[in-house]
Design a protein around this ligand. Structure first.
Ligand code: GDD
Ligand code: MG
Length: 518
């Protein structure tokens, strides 16, 4: 992957948002200008700038430093060995509902096989060619080729029991005794499954099941991996502790059929992203510049470090992605001002920074067309996630007048466009506690080991090496099997590092830093 370098970054207290990077070459050829140390120092400069005051940064932003146009032509490349090192440490969660099996299969096809896959289905029926039984069998078939995979149905009673045992009662619907409906809920289940059954994987990504272009899916996964690799390089170079990192995808375009012209229009942003991004841009404006900085407010396709996924509270349904821009501002507040959201306080109140990378892909995003009602609900959910929680952010340095005006504007927009009526409030999303507060050992104990008696069509299935990696009576995350798996990982890594990476690693050791490949 070769990316254009971001032209700047904006810090908001503990949150640093990078300006969008763009994939400029999918399979770059290494040139002698692609010194990996060089790319590292470019991004690292930005990271450091991210810690400067907002005003200093905005002044610099208006005049990008010369560094950004250096010999690599303002680009930075990440090569296959680095991508693979991250991909083999990544779980991809695919939330799905009633998509045809062929469509979901296209998505799994596109996910690099080094990644484990968790298919979280909320399909309405089990039997038939597009029921969840068929979804599970399709995943099982992929995993016979060596991929690790897990299928879980959102309504599998054991999953609700597992959350209850973990102390996370709010995600369970009391009337049905099953996990609530919603994309956010499916992703939340996916995170808990990833932590429980793929404990050595350090990154988690999400890809919607209704993507129609498998090649786009491949690019999303590689773009995630490249983003993480760049941040690793950068922190190895600068000596800064690795941050919580999130990579959010802005699609190359969103093709839409135009019924008037009969043509396909390659529009830049979807109908809901356009609105949510507009308001987030007003929120994160610097020196009055309130356009085109946030391009990923609604990014259904995004990935983060596993640590970040476990320490973040998550919003329900379609509010989950916009809320991810607000949560880092809340969870890092100082302990006295730290805000409890729906009664949940974040567990870790520390000085760890959160870095958001926005990456525009080369491929388009083609998915199921939705009707106007759906878009109205997406607007309401997305704006509600910002509206109800942004006022609580105290450590961000955001201007309280800007926030108050923004909230009024969002409400007015939703009323004027029929997303809510004028006596209503924007919907307040349900917020689920961060999973590091949950008893995930009990969660896993209730669901059981992956090798025994699990069968996708019954609601839970494990396929490929994941089921053989668990010995009977495993005592959990530090079991001998896990240890040998991680030994295997590290020997793989040792054999795949290049001399440049070794050089970086040596530099980091001599500076007393965490080794790059730790
Ligand atoms: N497991 C599970 N449970 N999956 C769900 C549920 C649920 O209750 N509801 C929806 N999904 C899955 C769908 O099957 C689909 O694969 C994916 O989540 C996205 O849902 P869509 O209904 O296709 O959403 P969208 O295309 O309108 O919106 C997408 O893009 C937006 C950005 O434009 C979503 O990813 C949004 O979250 C995103 O903001
Ligand atoms: Mg969709």
């Amino acid at each position: 992957m070769r990316y254009s370098l971001p032209l700047g970054s904006r810090p908001f207290g503990p949150l640093c948002i990078m300006q969008q990077m763009e994939v400029v070459e999918l399979e770059p050829r290494p040139t002698n200008m692609d010194n990996r140390l060089y790319g590292a120092s470019e991004l690292s400069d930005l990271g450091r700038r991210g810690l400067l005051s907002q005003q200093q940064t905005s002044q610099q932003q208006t005049q990008p430093t010369q560094n950004f146009n250096q010999p690599v032509g303002g680009t930075v490349a990440v090569f296959p060995d680095e991508l693979d090192r991250i991909l083999e440490s990544m779980v991809i969660v695919v939330p799905c509902k009633d998509e045809q099996v062929e469509v979901v299969k296209g998505v799994i096809k596109g996910i690099p096989s080094l990644c484990a896959v968790i298919l979280v289905s909320n399909c309405s029926h089990r039997d038939g060619e597009n029921g969840w039984g068929a979804q599970a069998r399709m995943l099982e078939e992929f995993c016979t080729w060596g991929r690790e995979g897990c299928f879980v149905h959102q309504k599998y009673p054991g999953a609700a029991m597992a959350f209850a045992a973990a102390g996370v009662h709010e995600v369970v619907d009391r009337t049905t005794g099953t996990i609530r409906n919603g994309k956010g809920e499916g992703m939340y289940l996916g995170i808990a499954m990833a932590r429980s059954y793929f404990p050595n994987r350090q990154y988690i990504g999400f890809i919607d099941a209704d993507n129609r272009v498998p090649g786009s899916v491949t690019e999303y996964c590689k773009a995630y991996a490249g983003g993480f690799a760049l941040v690793q390089r950068s922190s190895a170079k600068s000596g800064d502790e690795l941050e919580d990192v999130m990579v959010r995808i802005c699609w190359g375009s969103k093709p839409k059929h135009n019924s008037e012209t009969g043509r396909i229009d390659f529009v830049k942003q979807g109908r809901s992203s356009r609105i949510v991004n507009t308001f987030l841009n007003k929120l994160f404006a610097v020196l009055g510049e309130d356009r085109d900085f946030i391009t990923t407010g609604n990014a259904g396709e995004h990935a983060m470090t596993m640590d970040m996924a476990l320490t973040m509270r998550m919003a329900n349904g379609y509010a989950i992605e916009p809320y991810q821009y607000i949560e880092p501002l809340l969870r890092h507040s100082s302990s006295s001002t730290c805000d409890a959201v729906n009664g949940h306080k974040p567990k870790h109140i520390d000085s760890k920074k959160t870095l958001i990378l926005q990456i525009k892909t080369a491929n388009p995003h083609l998915h199921r067309e939705t009707d106007d009602d759906h878009i109205l609900k997406m607007w309401a959910a997305g704006l509600g996630a910002i509206y109800h929680y942004i006022r609580a952010s105290k450590a961000s340095g955001l201007d309280s007048t800007v926030i108050a005006n923004l909230c009024d504007e969002m409400h007015e927009f939703a009323v004027q466009n029929g997303a809510i009526n004028n006596t209503e409030e924007l919907p307040r999303p349900r917020i689920y506690p961060s999973l590091d507060r949950a008893d995930l050992d009990s969660f896993r104990d209730v669901l059981g080991e992956p090798c025994v008696g699990h069968d996708g069509p019954a609601g839970l299935g494990f396929y490929g090496p994941v089921d053989s990696a668990w010995p009977n009576g495993s005592d959990g995350l530090n079991s001998p099997t896990d240890q040998s798996a991680s030994d295997h990982d590290s020997s793989y890594r040792r054999s795949s590092v290049s001399s440049e990476e070794e050089a970086l690693s040596d530099i980091s050791k001599s500076c007393g830093m965490r080794p790059l490949l730790a």
